[in-house]
Design a protein around this ligand. Structure first.
Ligand code: BTN
Length: 257
């Protein structure tokens, strides 16, 4: 449970850093600590994960060289609003990458919370939460994985890394984490002060495929329609061929043929 001192990120005082060489998953470690009372801002960072997990129960391959971290958050909001923090995190990732990587990396967003580098997935964001016995939000864990040195080859959506796109290396991981933490604080404050509207606006500016046909894979079916909008709560608005509009809270987006 150590990090070598010269490599430790310097984070704003709002965060409590726990630096690990290896862990099963930073999300699980953050959840264990949250359940034991860890405070808002506790940030678990690991150089590698042995059981990294992605959305919908998928694996997140996690060798050394990429960035893996999770933050314990205890927002006063309800669970639905808390999901908006995934969009807040995507904006912060884009800003962090923009400040560390050369401009040849075009950063865009794919609903719900993927960040693409030059049209390929380079970042995954996983939100997990726990409720109190009364049904209110107890804690939230925001997990972020950024492909810095490497990316997996066998993914359903094409993947990439910052090394492939812009020759970044493992040495950039600390800078990226520091930049993310600064941006995430700023965007979170914006969200707390002004709500989801400015987050939605900023996210939509860099969203891919708006106004175009996409496939949305749901547990029971795959829908094809036009990605029309992001609604005021963060749901995907999909217009089906018959003109019906569906509001989608969870699913996987693909770009089809
Ligand atoms: C996705 O499926 O796109 C989400 C991937 C989230 C990966 C990150 S890596 C840090 C944290 N720990 C995990 O096990 N998952 C998240």
């Amino acid at each position: 449970m150590t990090g070598t001192a010269p490599d430790l990120p310097r984070l704003p005082p709002a965060y409590r850093l726990v630096a690990l060489e290896e862990v099963d998953t930073t999300n699980a470690e953050a959840a264990r600590r949250a359940a034991a009372g860890a405070e808002d801002g506790t940030l678990i960072w690991a150089r590698s994960q042995t059981a990294g997990r992605g959305r919908q129960g998928r694996e997140w391959v996690s060798p050394k060289g990429n960035l893996y971290f999770s933050i314990v958050l205890r927002p006063d909001s309800g669970i639905a609003a808390a999901a908006q923090l995934g969009f807040v995190a995507a904006l912060a990732v884009a800003e962090a990458v923009g400040s560390v990587a050369p401009p040849m990396v075009e950063t865009t967003f794919k609903w719900p919370n993927d960040v693409l580098f030059n049209s390929r997935k380079g970042v995954g964001i996983l939100l997990e939460s726990s409720l109190t016995p009364e049904g209110t939000l107890d804690w939230l864990v925001l997990g972020v994985g950024i492909n810095v040195a490497s990316y997996p080859g066998d993914t359903s959506f094409p993947a990439t890394s910052l090394n492939y796109e812009a020759a970044l290396t493992e040495d950039d991981v600390v800078n990226l984490l520091e930049a993310f933490c600064r941006s995430f604080l700023n965007w979170t404050n914006r969200w707390l002060d002004d709500g989801f509207a400015p987050i939605r606006e900023a996210w939509l500016q860099h969203a891919v495929k708006r106004g175009e046909t996409i496939d949305v894979r749901l547990p029971e079916e795959t829908l094809r329609g036009i990605f029309t909008d992001l609604d005021p709560e963060g749901r995907l608005v999909l217009t089906l061929p018959d003109g019906d509009r569906r509001l989608i809270s969870a699913g996987d987006v693909f770009f089809g043929r």
